[in-house]
Design a protein around this ligand. Structure first.
Ligand code: G4P
Length: 521
């Protein structure tokens, strides 16, 4: 391989508002990818607008898109895969997690563990993704550090192993005790946090009079933690049994440099990945990659459709011919891009852990594998239980062609799940979403991008169970229930409520009715 620098591919995840955008900017700033904090996310007016490509995003100030930011740090290449912030788009977040080797979980020191924090921790556990926990906003009053550690241990069943420990309680952030060296890392505020935050490392003996009392508190708690066996253990971390913890203020740039160092030192590098048939692709094998996200409308002028793929093995060279595992067809990769926000730039080469954006690759769907050499197909990206259902109809019947094309495209991107049945026909498919905001995206894009405004009408179903063709037959005509088929072939039985799902299962013991992983809010 011509670029054998080690890779770190990770995502920052959190409950909305914990500081994900702020930390992303701070990390990028620290690595000097962007010259001024604010060039990455479009939020709150203060920041410039690179990723707010949809009008709706601008209006709501949320980031719906996902892309990857690549930067060099020390002698490593770091790929920060961005995740959407709103909980309605959690399905997207889960897809992104299939493309990373580790995750940085941000916890708001004032709020502790929030609903999305718990769900995301669960998904990481399920997928075997090691998590580094960052307690953020330590510059503001919040919970006690030891209390936060207890919450993680009790509610997530993950042993927190702090690498740094705050000096000064939340709201009085003087710095941290580096638990591995015993040094005091002292922070000094800079105006607006827009530049690198000065931090001074000093041995315990040099801690000044002003900080001495809080320093001694920190030392005591650090010793308590050690006595309680809460020291970092790399093997346990990689096995997903412990989570290293750091304390930070993303807004002040406190702890950001340490986080980057930790990622390089502790987070796993890209590793071998098993295929559906049990064969394993080593990173040094021939090129292979899988698509974890498909998105269009990145650029209002072009309406490009970009399939994001993570390189699993081998070297990617722009223009190489790869095989699309789903169809067995060859596929040219002339238009490969490195994508972040709205900026596209051609990439020539990519390596395991890197994210490539393939422009206008119409055949590619989420979960698809591409490879060179020996055939490989990676397991599908899991989909989540929809909880909201609407029928969609073209508002103007003369635009039915555009309507079909738009629905098909949004289906392929995974913006919503599209369900059909013979009974309902193709004129008004059922759209199924994990969160209701997905419907707004559909409506917006159908109008502005596909020129086919739609009418949505709510269906009275609340939950879905997975069934099969036999189940579809057995349940036809059953009350409070309807079976439809998703475009990936999965049969979903929709129920008006939990009670009806329960009685139907009891009355039809031979029918498969499986729960799907819960994702929504
Ligand atoms: P998100 O992407 O996770 O949703 O969170 P985001 O970074 O947008 O941060 C949410 C709010 O929390 C922002 O304030 C941000 O400035 C603030 N914040 C982030 N990190 C810290 C921190 O370390 N300390 C403090 N005190 N605040 C932090 P906002 O007023 O909602 O937005 P803005 O107008 O400042 O952008």
């Amino acid at each position: 391989m011509s670029d054998n620098r080690p890779r770190r591919t990770f995502a920052v995840i959190s409950h909305p508002d914990a500081g994900k955008s702020t930390l992303t900017e701070a990390l990028a700033l620290h690595a000097r990818v962007i010259t001024e904090a604010g060039a990455v996310h479009g939020k709150g007016g203060r920041r410039a607008t690179v990723s707010d490509w949809m009008e709706m995003e601008k209006a709501r100030g949320i980031s719906i898109t996902s892309a990857a930011l690549q930067f060099d740090y020390r002698d490593h290449v770091v790929n920060l895969v961005d995740t959407p912030g709103h909980s309605d788009f959690s399905e997207d977040t889960y897809r992104v997690l299939s493309a990373v080797d580790s995750a940085v979980m941000l916890v708001d020191a004032g709020k502790g563990l929030e609903p999305q924090t718990l769900k995301l921790f669960k998904v990481c556990a399920l997928r075997g993704i090691p998590v580094i926990t960052v307690i953020n906003k330590w510059d503001r009053p919040g919970l006690a550090a030891l209390e936060l550690m207890d919450l993680i241990e009790q509610q997530i069943k993950l042993r927190p192993t702090p690498l740094t420990w705050p000096v000064g309680e939340a709201g009085d952030f003087r710095g941290v005790l580096d638990r591995r060296t015993g040094e005091f890392v002292k922070y000094t505020r800079t105006a607006g946090g827009a530049t690198r935050a000065p931090e001074v490392r000093m041995p315990a003996a040099d801690v000044g009079e002003a900080d001495l009392a809080v320093w001694q508190d920190a030392v005591e708690e650090h010793e308590l933690l050690s006595a309680d066996d809460a020291d970092h253990d790399q093997e346990q971390f990689l096995a997903g049994r412990t989570t290293p913890v750091m304390f930070a203020s993303a807004l002040q740039n406190f702890g950001v440099a340490q986080l980057l160092e930790l990622l390089l030192d502790l987070a796993p590098a890209p590793h071998a990945t098993p295929g559906v048939d049990g064969s394993v692709r080593e990173v040094s094998d021939d090129f292979s990659a899988f698509v974890f996200k498909v998105q269009s409308g990145m650029n209002a002028a072009h309406r490009d459709r970009v399939a994001y793929a993570r390189v699993v093995s081998g070297e990617f060279d722009r223009g190489m011919i790869v095989t699309h595992a789903a169809t067995g067809r060859p596929f040219a990769t002339k238009y490969a891009q490195a994508v972040f926000g709205r900026e596209l730039s051609s990439i020539e080469h990519a390596y395991p852990g890197d994210i490539i954006g393939l422009v206008n690759a119409q055949a590619l769907r989420v979960g698809d594998t591409m490879y060179v050499g020996d055939r490989i197909e990676f397991p599908p990206v899991p989909s989540f239980a929809p909880e909201h259902f609407m029928t969609a109809t073209a508002a103007d019947i003369g635009r039915y062609k555009q309507f079909r094309r738009g629905i098909e495209q949004l289906d392929q991107e995974g913006v919503v799940q599209v369900l059909r049945s013979d009974l309902r026909g193709d004129q008004s498919p059922v759209l199924a979403a994990v969160g209701p905001m997905q419907f707004e995206v559909v409506q917006e894009r159908m109008t502005n991008e596909f020129n086919s405004p739609i009418r949505l009408s709510r269906l009275d179903y609340q939950l879905a169970r997975r069934t099969d063709a036999a189940g579809a037959t057995a349940l036809s005509g059953a009350r409070g229930c309807e079976v439809l088929q998703r475009s990936d072939g999965t049969y979903l039985a929709l129920f008006v409520d939990k009670w009806r799902a329960g009685t139907t299962a009891r009355d039809n013991p031979d029918v498969m009715l499986e729960e799907l992983p819960a994702g929504g809010s």
